[in-house]
Write a protein that binds this ligand. Structure first.
Ligand code: FAD
Ligand code: FES
Length: 356
């Protein structure tokens, strides 16, 4: 069930000029429901100027810290991030949905080597992973390649430096800056194909990496994923999370094709909270989530853009096609999981289960 809970802000502080870190005062009776895995995110909701606005924010705390904390970077003109950075105060209440997402991997008994490439606020889920894997896996190693504009804009620099001292020899960090020059040319500017090859030659032996995590702008993620795969990493061990997406040419073509699909009269059944909800879809809607919300269902969603996975469900009957999917892993798609906000019915009858 899509359940939001009203939770108080315990503490809020500015980590950098444009990023606020918010810690929630999690009531004891909600701690089980809000238990999370490193890499997961919360959906926050607030009523802003009469409009219910919901957005996803990755937890930057580790599951073992007994803290629920997010970092929100202000996007110029952004509704929710501006509200958090300019108005939200300790003692205020936000509506929060329990954690979701599958960006992280389980802790392991093996001596694993993890690597992460993060840009700006992309550090948030990665910080949770670093703290968790290094604390819970005594033989694990973690390498972080972290891109920012300037030294001052590096989110969580102090905490990362403390972790480097605490896990000396097991945690390595390499900072890359786009708006300040440093002596070693490699560390100046964005990741490029050439730069990544140099990194793989000097700083990162890719065949020894077990899991890679990428979080940042779309073009950075796909460039690094492809270079890691070209250097020998299995694609299924390269995990990524997008915060926002522009549509690629391939996505645009698929969206145009699916826009032609006739959805009028499709018989839809939604399973949610153990109950079935039926409705007939009309061509007023181009995806099942919006059609279901329009018909009165109360379903979970946040981005409506195919990146957060909050609207994930499983096909039980019939078939749908997704316009875009930047949130589900290949094995989830194989098991018939779909993003309802992107799902267009391809059969006259479809049944989707949100309780999975
Ligand atoms: C799974 C997931 C986890 C996320 N975790 C975090 C996190 O830990 N910290 C964090 O700060 N954000 C995170 N985000 C992004 C966050 O959900 C919002 O999208 C972001 O805060 C902007 O919301 P807004 O309401 O301020 O902007 P909006 O009013 O929604 O957007 C204003 C404009 O900015 C553009 N825009 C939106 N987001 C971005 C962006 N990230 N970069 C550049 N342009 C953008 C929009 O396309 C739009 O044109 C996450 C997103 C997802 C899907
Ligand atoms: S609501 Fe975010 S992927 Fe569907």
């Amino acid at each position: 069930m899509a359940t939001f809970h009203k939770i108080k802000v315990k503490d809020i502080y500015k980590e950098t000029a444009d990023t606020s870190v918010v810690t929630f005062d999690m009531p004891v009776d909600l701690k089980d429901e809000f238990a999370f895995q490193q890499g997961q995110h919360l959906t926050l909701k607030a009523n802003l100027d009469g409009e219910d606005v919901r957005r996803s924010y990755s937890l930057c705390s580790s599951p073992f810290e007994d803290q629920w904390r997010v970092a929100v970077k202000q996007i110029p003109g952004g509704k929710f991030s501006t509200y958090v950075n300019e108005k939200l105060s300790a003692g205020d209440t936000l509506e929060i949905m329990p954690p979701s997402g599958a960006f992280g991997v389980d802790c392991s008994e093996d001596a694993k080597t993890y690597v992460a490439f993060a840009a700006g606020s992309g550090i948030t889920p990665v910080l949770s992973m670093i703290k968790t894997h290094l604390a819970k896996e005594p033989n694990a190693k973690f390498k972080l390649f972290y891109l920012n504009r300037t030294v001052k804009s590096i989110i969580f620099k102090e905490e990362i430096e403390q972790l480097r001292n605490k896990y000396f020899g097991r945690f390595e960090i390499f900072y890359f800056l786009t708006k300040e020059r440093r002596d070693i040319e490699l560390f100046n500017g964005r990741f490029t194909s050439e730069k990544l090859k140099e990194i793989f030659g000097k700083l990162l032996y890719v065949p020894a990496v077990n899991e890679a995590f990428l979080c940042g702008p779309e073009e950075m993620i796909f460039l690094i994923r492809d270079e890691l795969v070209n250097a020998g990493m299995p694609k299924e061990n390269v995990h990524y999370e997008l915060f926002v997406t522009g549509l690629s040419e391939e996505d645009k073509k698929r969206a145009e094709r699916l826009a032609q699909q006739n959805v009028e009269g499709v018989d839809v059944t939604i399973v949610d909270g153990g109950k079935e909800f039926h409705f007939t879809m009309t061509s007023d809607y181009d995806n099942i989530l919006d059609a279901a919300l329009g018909a009165g269902a109360d379903l979970p969603f946040a981005c409506k853009g195919g990146v957060c996975s909050t609207c994930k469900c499983q096909i039980v009957e019939g078939n749908v096609e997704m316009k875009i999917n930047y949130a589900l892993e290949a094995d989830e798609v194989e098991q018939n999981f779909v993003l309802s906000c992107q799902s267009v019915p391809m059969t006259e009858k479809v049944k989707l289960d949100f309780d999975v």
